[in-house]
Design a protein around this ligand. Sequence first.
Ligand SMILES: Cc1cc2nc3c(=O)[nH]c(=O)nc-3n(C[C@H](O)[C@H](O)[C@H](O)COP(=O)(O)OP(=O)(O)OC[C@H]3O[C@@H](n4cnc5c(N)ncnc54)[C@H](O)[C@@H]3O)c2cc1C
Ligand code: SF4
Length: 355
Amino acid sequence: MRTFRYERGTDPGQAMALVAGEPDAAYLGGGTNLVDLMKLGVARPRLLVDVTRLPLDSVEPLPDGGLRIGATVRNSELAAHPAVRRDYPVLARALLAGASGQLRNMATVGGNLLQRTRCYYFQDVSRACNKREPGAGCSALDGQNRDLAILGWSPQCVATHPSDMAVALTALDAVVEVLEPAGAREIPLTEFHRLPGERPDQETTMAPGGLVTAVRIPALPYARRSTYRKARDRASFAFAAGSVAAAIDLDGPLVREVRLGYGAVAHRPWRARLAEEALRGRPATEENFRLAVDEELALARPLAHNAFKIPLIRNLTVRTLVELTEGSAAGTSTGRDPGRRRDGDGDDGTPERGR
Ligand SMILES: Cc1cc2nc3c(=O)[nH]c(=O)nc-3n(C[C@H](O)[C@H](O)[C@H](O)COP(=O)(O)OP(=O)(O)OC[C@H]3O[C@@H](n4cnc5c(N)ncnc54)[C@H](O)[C@@H]3O)c2cc1C
Ligand code: SF4
């Protein structure tokens, strides 16, 4: 690890000015991603500006019924927040499906959104990687790409975004509040992360040196009927092989509204707008769920080792929507709380403890 200076931010403007004044500076949230990358030599900042003491650590209700979540709120606090658990179970479950309890106690909302890809070649400085070094080439395109993208990739980069939280926020139409050298700005989460295109090193639409100050979730009453389902290689902590965030609103047997986000399939959390469109106004049946997700997945271009993600996402989506609509006018009556895991599912590995 090369030597670096450490400063503690006292207010958002001062923290941003410190970073803007130093080309090799980075914000330090919980450090659970950045410090690992510094040890590997992937990140080499000369200045770290610690943002964890900034006054951005509260979750506030908004007049319209939504929530404003400060950028330094810890992932475990957010998952346990009563309003999140009650009104946005998809977000609570996505957070609890991410990492381990110890990591969630350190990880912040801003750091989680801006965590870097887990592509092995990105983390190995001896391998060519356009994201680390533009123009170097992409080792994953013809290498070990089992965990990488099936949607929206370019020949420059096939990496995926690793955050579970961001997939739920994508489905909830969250907005990211940022402070940039030119002033404050709001960016819809669906536009915050970039697809790789020709510049996979540019990961967000935020200006260089930008500080995430908060994330806003609008009111979405039907999100009380929402959940997150994650498939991973082992039941303890692991990144997703594929994941689905879903919220659905029914009008009798018909789908009035639906929100779907997919994780571990693209360079950014993927909002499945084609599937949503295909479902609106249609009967909430398993067959229609399958047809809708197939419309979205028609866009998929699997790599040599990850075609399994197509049936994985299809099955996760169908199963999630069936679970959410069980007990409604459209489904069979089971009396289950749609936001809760079914005993024995085991495919999302979310521990019941601590909810
Ligand atoms: C073993 C392991 C397993 C994991 N499993 C999962 C998982 O299953 N799902 C999942 O989603 N995540 C997982 N994670 C990742 C973990 O969630 C992230 O490391 C964490 O969320 C990052 O948050 P942080 O506050 O520690 O960020 P940091 O490491 O401090 O920062 C990450 C990046 O964000 C930038 N940054 C931080 N705060 C701000 C801000 N306010 N504004 C602008 N930039 C900022 C930093 O400069 C840095 O580039 C895992 C991590 C580990 C180590
Ligand atoms: S997929 Fe992206 S991050 Fe991975 S090696 Fe290729 S360019 Fe680098």
